[in-house]
Design a protein around this ligand. Sequence first.
Ligand SMILES: [Fe+2]
Ligand SMILES: [Fe+2]
Length: 180
Amino acid sequence: MERLDITQELRDEHDLILEWIDLIGELARLSRGSFAESPLAIHFPVVDEFLGAYSDQFHHAKEEDVLFGVLERAITHCGPIPVMLHEHAIGRALRARMGEAFRARDLETLLGASRDFCGLLTQHIAKENNVLYPMAEQSVPDEERRAIQEAYAAAALRHDARALRERFERERDTLRAKLG
Ligand SMILES: [Fe+2]
Ligand SMILES: [Fe+2]
């Protein structure tokens, strides 16, 4: 019997997250001078919504509630999960700092926190794609895979994942078009 895959849909979610990280970098690069004219500040509400609703509450929650729990049991030595959880926590703190800077109209802090956030998430995703997920595919026993897929499906249903993704793909395209 073919093994059920337990990481491909998480990789697909990473792809969209990386596209938004790229966009944030582009918005930041174009942001000089005043807060009011800065593209990052102008488009921050939708960026923040994506990072909250898709990256954190959907993707990170799915990792934490489903895959990481299984991996903590399956990988017993040099467990990588505490590091991954720690990075999720740092990401949440950086996103909070971005939000505070936005509300305070503090462009310098917004740019700094955004740069740190994008750097963190880029290397976090690389670690997951290149190390953690291959480890998961090797170490999680076949009999646990059905339940993992079902838990992913339940999360997708709870978050209306297809509509969520379509919406943020559209928003990405709109932003890309504006940036030219
Ligand atoms: Fe993660
Ligand atoms: Fe991830």
